[in-house]
Ligand binder design. Structure first.
Ligand code: MLT
Length: 268
């Protein structure tokens, strides 16, 4: 991994391949490794930038107000700051999964002049229900006592399809390892930011770049009907459903996801 100094501290990122820049932003509470299969493939044709966003993977959390946490907008600002620091001033393709997608909506809102295209996987436009928000705040309060590995166990049934959980134990091992090394302070701060994220539905109509929406057939967090509605709201968006995949489409069905990405990117 490489490191780039940002205002709040250093940010770790993967930088591979040559060509038009494409930025891959991971979900919660994960890191860039959820894109490994996409990085390998896309680096044949693109310059792939895959950060560990602040507090995850190899990127330190730095100072944070524990009561406020980190907002999706702040993460989007750091992606823009990272691009500046890497002297990528031309247009980029932004790709986000789940939390990376929430950050993506903020990136579109503030930095649409930097966007060549948008790819959103397994993400939501609406804000949390009261129940979901309460669950996040409860985790934020308790994760220091629970430990991060317990968060992996709690989230696994929502992240993976039943079939993947039953037949691919390595996915659970990877999840335990990645989430297990995520500091509880990161999980707490980001759950607060996730709970506070706004409903961006009204903003979808204003997305003016080519957009691809991808969702796993069995996504339990951002189900296909919800993502189809997002695709319908964005002018000209393409919608692809990945059969037999849960929320983590990139690791459950990498070949199908890569095929959808390549077909879309070839048309740009
Ligand atoms: C993610 O995959 O980024 C999270 O599950 C998103 C969420 O908690 O809403």
């Amino acid at each position: 991994m490489k490191y780039v100094p940002l205002k709040r501290g250093k940010l770790a990122y993967i930088d591979r391949g040559k060509g038009p820049p494409i930025v891959l932003v991971h979900g919660f509470p994960l890191d860039h490794t959820m894109w490994n299969a996409q990085i390998d493939e896309l680096a044949n044709t693109h310059r792939v930038i895959a950060p560990d966003v602040r507090g995850f993977g190899q990127s330190p959390l730095g100072e944070v107000d524990p009561n406020r946490g980190i907002t999706m907008e702040e993460f989007a600002d750091e992606i823009a700051e990272m691009l500046d620091a890497l002297e990528i001033h031309g247009l980029v393709v932004y790709v986000g999964l789940s939390m990376g997608g929430y950050v993506g909506w903020q990136f579109v809102r503030k930095y649409s002049n930097r966007l060549r295209a948008l790819i959103q996987l397994d993400t939501r436009a609406i804000a949390d229900s009261d129940e979901a928000r309460a669950g996040r705040l409860q985790m934020a309060e308790n994760v220091a006592d629970w430990g991060s590995e317990r968060v992996a166990e709690m989230m696994a049934p929502k992240l993976f399809s039943t079939n993947a959980l039953e037949t691919r134990p390595e996915l659970m091992e990877d999840l335990r390892r990645v989430v297990g090394r995520t500091p509880p302070a990161t999980i707490a701060a980001v759950q607060r930011g996730l709970a506070a994220r706004p409903d961006v539905t009204a903003q979808l109509l204003a997305v003016r770049v080519p957009t691809l929406i991808i969702v796993g057939e069995f996504d339990a967090i951002s189900p296909p009907t919800e993502m189809q509605a997002i695709a319908n709201a964005i002018p000209g968006a393409t919608f692809v459903e990945i059969p037999n995949a849960g929320h983590m489409t990139t690791v459950e069905k990498p070949a199908a996801v890569n095929a959808a990405l390549e077909e879309f990117l070839a048309r740009l």
